[in-house]
Ligand binder design. Sequence first.
Ligand code: ZN
Length: 541
Amino acid sequence: MKKYLNRFGHLCFLSFAFLLCTPLIAQKKYTDKDIASMKQKLATSVAGHAKDVQVMVDQIFSFGELGFQEFETSTYLTNVLAKNGFAIEKNISNVPTAWMAKWGSGSPVIALGSDIDCIPKASQKPGVAYKDPIVEGAPGHGEGHNSGQAVIIYAAIAMKEMMEKEHLPGTIVIWPGVAEELVGTKAWYVRDGYFKNIDACIFTHVSGDFGSNYGDNGGNGLVSARFDFNGEAAHAAGAPWRGKSALDGVELMDIGWNFKREHLKPTNRSHYVVIDGGDQPNVVPSKASVWYYFRERTYEDIKANYESGIKIAEGAALMSGTTVTHQILGTAWPGHFNKPLAEAMYANIKKVGMPTWDDKDIQMAKAVQVLVEAPKKDMEGKPIDGLKTTIDSLKGSVAFSWGGGSDDIADISWAVPTIVLRYPANIPGTKGHHWADAIAMATPIAHKGSLVGAEATAMTLLDCFTNPKLIEEAKAYYTNVQTKEVKYIPFISATDPPAIYLNKEIMQKYREAMKPFYYQPEKYGTYLEQLEISYPTVKKP
Ligand SMILES: [Zn+2]
């Protein structure tokens, strides 16, 4: 409130008219009936952007950019936002593809976020239920991060129009999850203060479900780190006794870690890839590197495993006569999401309901489920058969979890009250990070699912901007429940840089071959039309 008065006091000098009308605006109370009718108008307004949603989803799908290399996506989205009156700060946290877009003034300040990066080797034609890459070996949206920005941007545009009409005070902030697959930026945004003056954050993520949750969702947090071993080259046949193999260091570290696994909690998930194993067999590798993700359920367990990893690396260096250094590349805390905000979102999800799937959508979904040999039931025992027709339930903190994936939205959830909307734009039962997860992502399944996601997001924005009690309750939950005993301690230091060089070479290798397949919305109704795909194509011709 103090902040608002200061801002108001300052603005008084600027405009007499503003001085006269602002207190009246700020005090305006809406009845339940007003809100219901405004939500109806918002839903109609978002539905009026159905074509724009389809274009944005298809456009980003066609760019298929890996984490930290989302240059086309970033330029395209910031242009759309600028055209719609958002002021844009680029290069936030020194990440060239990141930005923060702002519209409006005063409190509350509500942030909307969604990821934009894709998956290596997941290039795939949409609407085709067999492997058929657009560009062989290239990256592709094999998870569905191409859809989330359309959800938040068209929700924001509808809300902005209503705020202008109703003279509602408040600020909308839109930001991208750059390099989410590398959990590479969100902890950096928090460290660098980009969420300091934000009251609440609504994040959206593609799913087969339509739902939200609060509390501890059962996911893992993680540290992603690379270990660089340095040895001594030598002729591998002529003088191997004079060489010290950095690759031996890497292999011994991996062996050590795999022995360690026996003594880790069952909630651990850890995995690695060798990113440099030397150049050719007849040269003892003087350099070799391995990249680890250490995942666990709590900060303490993630930290303990990361520290074990460092010790094992040092042991491997000792055994191989090499030296080793390590560097943090990404991090995510285990998430905790806001109860009052999730309840508000869930009430809106109920109002919006599932999209109307037609026979073609269902045929597509079933064909993909056969293709990926989807399990008959999900982890909760619910059947997997085509597309979901009912919304998910609102879930609270899990009593126990075996652990699983991670998302660095968690770090933002520890900075400001945050929720995640899961909107139904992909097919249930897929593998998550796989080319088959791209099949639905530029089809009517993704378009319809993103549109209902945008409607629920717009309605929740309205709640945030018209109901100060909601923001108060969200903050009370954050202070009195979420952070009462758990305090956020970042894994990154004040100086760790974001690993913006990652994926550069892969993207350089494929970008030129991908360019002829960028979606041209001025020429083609949909990306399916541009690729001459009849939807759905369930069998190889
Ligand atoms: Zn994701």
